[in-house]
Design a protein around this ligand. Sequence first.
Ligand code: URA
Length: 246
Amino acid sequence: MSKALMARLDRLLANLGYGSRKEVQALVTSGKVIIDGKPLKDAGVRIAVDATLPERMTIRGAPVDPPAPLVLMMHKPLGVVCSHKEDGEKIYDLLPRRWRLRDPALSTVGRLDKETSGLILITDDGDFLHRVISPKRHVPKTYLAKLDRPLAGAERDIFAAGTMMLDGEDKPLLPARLEVVDERTARLTITEGRYHQVRRMFAAVGNHVIDLHRERIGGLFLPNNLEPGQYRILPAAEAEEVFGDA
Ligand code: URA
């Protein structure tokens, strides 16, 4: 069960992006915020906040947005960027508008390239984010790569050796696991997150990745029924499965 924290109603709603403190005070006094079936009239009241809040509270007749901490699993489509700063369509544009105003803000857990699709986690929980991307944890990530040229045969051993150097780097890559799917398709599991790592690994063995798709992060797999651009909220216990053995 999630732990309930106490929060002032006006601060909670402002942090969820429902407006300035003044605006949310007006919302409350006009009777549009209802908890357990009763309108709240005092914006300064302290309420218990946990993951069940959307089942208990409505705002203008709709369930309140899920409070922090929030972890989402998304099927990142091709062509959107994970950075807040880069030009182009952003992964955050696929979320409800109001969620872009949340404080703490939502961020992707690591990044996928604009032209990579697949599983990505999005969270406002800095501790969770850092635990997933920590180089000490070696959380495995599995990618399906379609290649321009047939595999030569030596790639599995080269990637597994733990001695491979990428251009411009001075530390060898940790061992990575390659599974051959067909002559131009491979499944690669890495435990680091270096810049363009999968594409650079195949480039280093004379190949070229034409399609890249992430299938899993740790114990979390992209479900078949999550279409590109769709996301779902992960309950805390399910989010922790990212640290499970897979
Ligand atoms: N490796 C890449 O080259 N690109 C990604 O998006 C992820 C891993």
